[in-house]
Design a protein around this ligand. Structure first.
Ligand code: PL4
Length: 408
């Protein structure tokens, strides 16, 4: 008799982002004339820069000729792209070999799948709030107890609260854990960990033989040269960390789909042989994944060229100017706003002690602006609200104007 994976029944409601879309659609049906400003999902809006279009076009044109046509490729990605990733990391001050990279169709699948190579009884720690994929994938894998509605958390998970007092960057857990998910620049708080803070996590992980799963999807939004853009800039990280990266926000590839993971050969667990973690991830990817699109990978190569990097950084500058406009506009109106510098997300304290979802409803009903309720990212997100800086400039300005004039 077939049975369902009952861990799915432990999950709270639907996945956060489709739930937001559902509510927005309902509002639009009831208010067809309302012009909605979307600062909810972090979704890129601006056209791809010319170097990237040329790279993608090259990918398409190669398919048109017998001499350059390619079908299936290596599951772990084009060797050329993995070499380019190693060069890119070297420019950040991080040392990784091309064969330590695994090209994928995005950071989300990697962030959800990576847990599968670790023991089912691993104790897992998460920043709270966090991108929901880390928690949900570990619930599905059976690492949690039931959801506790009174505390809005899952039994068995270790939550590392991120709040005003710690600058939204937590200290490592008190007790011993096995896996630690970190995201910097952070989604949703926009906080960025410095070298010292990441070093405390690396030291913790080495001491307890834990593994850090570091989501660097927003690394390119760091413009402050004093802040680390990769966990592998930190001394000792090659022994205890895995990094997940993405071309989505870096290069506007949210719809093109391309990302990577970096698993050092030197990462060794309590019970593993040298190189075994790397081999397990290779085994996992070659079994479940058939490689990223060859067209997208040609685009990725263009991103990592000097011209591509310069054009992508200009585009990131556009979104960061949006971020500045949102932050200044809301702060002038008396709201307390965190993040939005070196990160494309703004973390807003809800006014008047409104809950995150109450503020979501008010913002939608009165200002026609969509954001993301902080509580959707974890219990410590309650009382906060996330705004995304991705959008056309005119929409961003109209959204800020609408919040200031209609809501505050
Ligand atoms: C909505 C910390 C956005 N449907 O595009 P990917 O797969 O390379 O990257 C996904 C990703 C990975 N890691 C972090 C992220 O924030 C994201 C994207 N998050 C958001 O608004 O929080 C898009 C969400 C999308 C999703 O479920 O990821």
């Amino acid at each position: 008799m077939a049975r369902i994976n009952s861990n799915y029944r432990k999950l709270t409601a639907g996945y956060l982002f489709p739930e937001i879309e559902r509510r927005v659609r309902l509002f639009q049906e009831q208010n067809p004339a309302a012009r909605i400003h979307r600062l909810g999902i972090g979704n890129t809006t601006e056209p791809l820069p010319p170097a990237l279009i040329e790279g993608l076009t090259d990918g398409v044109e190669r398919l048109a000729k017998a001499e350059t046509y390619t079908g299936y490729g290596d599951e772990q990605g084009l060797q050329e792209l993995r070499t380019a990733l190693a060069r890119y990391y070297s420019s950040l001050g991080a040392s990784l070999e091309p064969d330590e990279f695994f090209v994928s169709d995005g950071a989300k699948p990697d962030a959800g799948n990576i847990q599968s190579i670790f023991s089912a009884d691993s104790i897992v720690a998460f920043q709270d709030p966090a991108y929901p994929v880390y928690v949900d994938s570990n619930v599905i894998a059976g690492r949690s107890g039931p959801y506790n509605p009174d505390e809005s958390n899952y039994q068995g998970f270790i939550y590392m609260p991120c709040h005003e007092e710690n600058g939204f960057i937590p200290a490592p857990p008190q007790g011993k854990v096995d896996l630690i998910y970190l995201c910097s620049p952070n989604n949703p708080t926009g906080a960025v960990a410095d070298h010292r803070q990441l070093q405390t996590f690396v030291d913790y992980a080495r001491k307890h033989r834990a593994v850090i799963i570091f989501d660097a999807a927003y690394a390119e939004f760091i413009t402050d040269p004093g802040l680390p853009r990769s966990i592998f800039e930190i001394e000792g990280a090659r022994e205890c960390a895995i990094e997940i990266g993405s071309f989505s926000k870096f290069a506007g590839f949210t719809g093109v789909r391309l990302g990577w993971s970096a698993v050092p050969q030197t990462l060794v667990l309590e019970d593993s042989e040298p190189g075994e973690v790397h081999r397990c991830w290779l085994r996992r990817q070659t079994t479940f994944f058939n490689g990223a699109s060859n067209i997208a990978q040609r685009g990725g190569l263009a991103v990592l060229s000097p011209r591509g990097l310069a054009e992508c950084r200009e585009l990131i500058g556009y979104y960061m100017e949006n971020s500045r406009i949102i932050k200044e506009g809301l702060q002038k109106s008396g709201l307390t706003v965190y993040g939005g510098v070196n990160a494309p997300y703004l973390w807003v304290q809800t006014p008047g002690n409104l809950s995150s979802w109450e503020f979501f409803d008010r913002l939608l009903q009165e200002a026609h602006v969509v954001g993301t309720p902080g509580s959707g990212f974890g219990p410590s997100g309650e009382g906060y609200f996330r705004l995304s800086a991705f959008g056309h400039r005119a929409d961003i300005e109209a959204a800020v104007d609408s919040i200031v004039t209609k809501l505050l």
